[in-house]
Design a protein around this ligand. Sequence first.
Ligand code: ZN
Length: 400
Amino acid sequence: MSKTQPFFTLLRNAAIIAPNELGKQDILIAGSKIAAIGKNLELPQGYDGKEINLTDHTVLPGFIDSHVHMIGGGGEGGYATRTPEIVLSKVTTSGVTTLIGCLGTDGTTRHMESLLAKARGLEEEGLSTYIYTGAYEIPTPTITGSVRKDIIIIDKIIGTGEIAMSDHRSAQPTKSEYQKLAAEARVGGMLSGKAGIIDMHLGDGADGMKLLYEITANGEIPKAQFLPTHVNRNAKLLDESIAWAKQGGMMDITSGVSPASGSSKAIKPSAAVKKALVKGVPLTQITMSSDGNGSMPIFDEKGNTIGVGVASQASMLEEVRDMVQAEGISLSDAVQIVTSNVAHVLKLRHKGTITIGADADILVINKEFHLKEVWCKGQHMVENGKPIVFGTFEASSSNS
Ligand code: ZN
């Protein structure tokens, strides 16, 4: 926590979505933790503290983004299309306080060691970070030579991913290759008390989720061990993921994949959530991540890259807003999809809720759904809509 910031912060009169609705209360932040929630709280006398009145504002837990290309991704259009590293204020101003980093298509010129270093750097700058070991391909790149060993002995590694399936950029693994990888992640998670999740990138391939069903058919590796992502990229895949989630699997909708961002076959993320709920998917089985900072290659019918963009994490808050305003989902339910559901599936025990003892990862939005304030582990990062803490090189560039 920054030395220039007070140890105690008292947030007064905010409507709290924890993500369950707690009504109007005060929140006392002490250091990096939420110390108290209640009515008419007071700052401890004689200590360094600050009080902020949040009447007419709503407080939410910080978002957990389970799929971020922290050191960049892409490269499908050649070296010049490799996307750059993410910077601190881009994350905080999107309302994301915890992020899980991954490689992507390129597990050759990008390395797990670089991803681990970047995650540690972002953590030093104030965020909470984790990573997946691996990349699209199987055998997948690791640090120790084994997915299982990476998960067990490297604190920041909580699973494997993003492993590609049904995608022309995958390594075309067999069912048994996927199964062996999933077993490695699962046992690694068991032995280390981590999720051991397999973050599974699903492409536009005709087989969709077919192999996921085959891998889990004998019941030894449960459906819940996987986090299939990008499931809103086309209507058929969304329907398959809805069926999967009704059988106990998770479905991760990508906020950065939508018709508005150039994916013409995609289902708008907020509408995909609504469809899943209407079709009977339990709310707890749905999560959303941004695919932030990855490239968004645009292919023609023959699979040739015809353009490239960079995905923003800001789409998460926009889609939460649209879940509420366009789809009529309650704010509490919408927020659960980007906070407590993600914390639960990734076993991040102090994350995703506003509760006493949890990390003080807190967002404040106004009536217009604009993000006004952000705290990451008790550090005030965004004030009145503007970043006040910058990453190492952001600060030097803005000072020069
Ligand atoms: Zn992906």
